[in-house]
Design a protein around this ligand. Sequence first.
Ligand code: DUC
Ligand code: ZN
Ligand code: ZN
Ligand code: ZN
Length: 467
Amino acid sequence: MSSRTVIRGGLVITASDEIHADVLIEDGRIAALATSGTPAAEAWTAERTIDATGKYVIPGGVDAHTHMELPFGGTSASDTFETGTRAAAWGGTTTIIDFAVQSVGHALREGLDAWMAKADAQCAIDYGFHMIVSDVNQETLKEMDLLVEEGVTSFKQFMAYPGVFYSDDGQILRAMQRSAENGGLIMMHAENGIAIDVLVEQALARGETDPRYHGEVRKALLEAEATHRAIRLAQVAGAPLYVVHVSATEAVAELARARDEGLNVFGETCPQYLFLSTDNLAEPDFEGAKYVCSTPLRPKEHQAQLWKGLRTNDLQVVSTDHCPFCFTGQKDLGRGDFSKIPNGLPGVENRMDLLHQAVVDGHISRRRWIEIACATPARMFGLYPKKGTIAPGADADVVIYDPGAEQVMSAETHHMNVDYSAYEGKRTTGRVETVLSRGELVITEREFTGRAGHGVYTPRSTCQYLS
Ligand code: DUC
Ligand code: ZN
Ligand code: ZN
Ligand code: ZN
């Protein structure tokens, strides 16, 4: 039995177009678009009609960087796949790509199976996985080939966190060489963790224990140095590179130079680096702990360069690095020692709205909003055009967005399972009204109508900027 929905009268915005069109959805996919009011559109019949007059009709967001339930620093990120994907839907995101973690001494497969089990039957929206490679060895390298064939086509490595996720330059080079052969994409956490650990030790010895020192020891120069090194290792390996959570002006400059040289180097930044700064880290009474993440927040001056990078395409993607820890009971672990504050910020629910606010503020255009939040992450990680656009054949992952609605971000009203908002009290213009995932209503006029288990695991092809 076929089921049809038609969305009438909205402004359909994709990365490439803005058109006043009706959208016909059939059996979970976009069936057709037709200019509103024309006989072609008027002729459609459907079981369900959604009036989008005065609203935007946009592709569901693709958040290519989340950490539901991530074990970190003796605790675990507070959003489960159930709560985190529900919050994502509230925020207009219909696909996440989370990170399965390989433990040192164990196979990639074990990590992937464990994360598949955590997510299975829990998610409100579709999801995929990248694989965190913590232990590069001959077996791991062989497993990478198999995972690429199966649809886990991207691998995160860490130049930070010695003793936990850390890879040395040799391990990085080997994984990059492998990805050059198998089509995988290496995602790099670019910070010189060995040098940072020395600075952490010295800061603590001086009695510098407050959250703001987290930002001081994790220096922009050490992000830039690692970014440079990752780029050159990738160049030697003949592999593409995607640098995650870029926060420093100096790191953007490294990416821009590499791209000018014609290298396949890509960069992601996150809303926290665009909207927050070291001023937040310096908030008194340990409140700064709410803003401890890595890479760290930077002085405000860095924001202009990040916006510019997004406009000039030296940065291509905005993901959240959503990794929430409650202020009470989790961030707390680092009272008296900033290095014990679990790293990460909540944000999966806020990304689409914050980037729409950036449209309102004149930082980016509407189409660029959709490009950096939907289309490019889908193409980068092999999900396009199934995800990331509104076009015949695409999954009907669609958001009806009210561009004029005012809201105030707050822990009182958000849906993430965390006891604070990184954007508490921030006023934004624009709000998600209705969300469809493969044609099913997940949010209906600001009510959750989805269910855990609607979201399915979605295997991915290789990076579509390379083929
Ligand atoms: N950075 C964070 O802030 N959290 C989790 C891991 C990371 O690299
Ligand atoms: Zn094992
Ligand atoms: Zn990281
Ligand atoms: Zn991350």
